[in-house]
Design a protein around this ligand. Structure first.
Ligand code: OAD
Length: 250
């Protein structure tokens, strides 16, 4: 395997960090086998229209199609495992006093990898709830219907994800803003950084004086604000980076 060289200054910054934020997107789960949204050919939005599947209007118009699409994605996510990128982010918790994951992903893989402080900006695909009375619907109560009815009010059960046109969960957004106040290092991993307001976080982190590190095999609009750009797959770059910064840790 080719050896990877990282800027020694970056390794020092990591070793002396007190609080690391890892802002992640679909790319961090790509090596687990979950398609991203915008990669050409393989991205979900290359095959499906977001307007038909990821908006409140689409769900009102055609709840069964939307529900079935999320049920399909849930099944896909159930089958997969965290990859070395998720595991490296979780392992950072043993090396740095505090690590916060701020993710746009709804797959729950950061928690499954062992990350303990995870802020889910776009919700979680396993947390279903009633579209009308907002009562959570545990998975075992879902039945086979498409979509099932709420046992309390009869409303449709929907996936607990954020759709286009909806606000981010207020508590998650407030927590993410607080993290920018204290994190000294801000990783931006596997996201095209195109969807606001989440995409504003790297810019905000930079303007707060944080060290911004971009991890992505492709260029993105946020490259210009990053002090360090690590071009490659997160499942390869992140384990190599940890190994370079802490060579004696197994
Ligand atoms: P995108 O699909 O827009 O971007 C995925 C990014 O991951 C791209 O920049 C890829 O180059 C990069 N990538 C691909 N493979 C990678 C790998 N192995 N390691 C690291 N990076 C890799 O996904 P997001 O930026 O997460 O929202 O999209 C943001 C939001 O748009 C999603 O949360 C979703 C979507 O529409 C909603 O559904 C509301």
């Amino acid at each position: 395997m080719q050896s990877v060289h990282f800027d020694p200054e970056l390794l020092d910054i990591l070793r002396s960090a007190r609080h690391v934020a890892a802002f992640t997107g679909a790319g961090v789960s790509a090596e687990s086998g979950i398609p991203t949204f915008r990669d050409a050919q393989t991205g979900l939005w290359a095959k499906y229209r977001a307007e038909d599947l990821a908006t409140p209007e689409a769900f009102r118009r055609d709840p069964a199609t939307v529900w079935n699409w999320y049920a399909w994605r849930r099944e896909l996510m159930r089958e997969v495992k965290p990859n070395p990128g998720h595991l490296a982010i979780a392992a950072l918790e043993r090396l740095v006093p505090r690590v916060t994951v701020i993710t746009q992903n709804v797959d729950g893989l950061h928690a499954r990898a062992g990350s303990t402080e995870v802020i889910e900006l776009h919700g979680n695909i396993w947390h279903n709830l009633c579209v009308d009375c907002r009562t959570p619907a545990p998975e075992e109560a879902l039945g086979d219907g498409a979509p099932p009815a709420c046992p309390h009010c009869g409303g449709h059960i929907r996936p607990g994800v954020v759709w286009f046109g909806e606000s981010l969960p207020a508590a998650a957004w407030t927590r993410a803003a607080e993290v920018l106040e204290t994190a000294d290092v801000f990783f931006c991993i596997g996201t095209s950084s195109l969807v606001e307001p989440a995409a504003s976080l790297p810019r905000h982190a930079r303007s707060c004086g944080r060290t911004v590190i971009q991890v992505n095999p492709e260029a993105t609009g946020h490259d210009e604000i990053a002090q360090y750009i690590l071009r490659g797959k997160s499942g390869e770059v992140l384990p190599a980076l940890l190994k370079a910064a802490w060579p004696h840790v197994g």
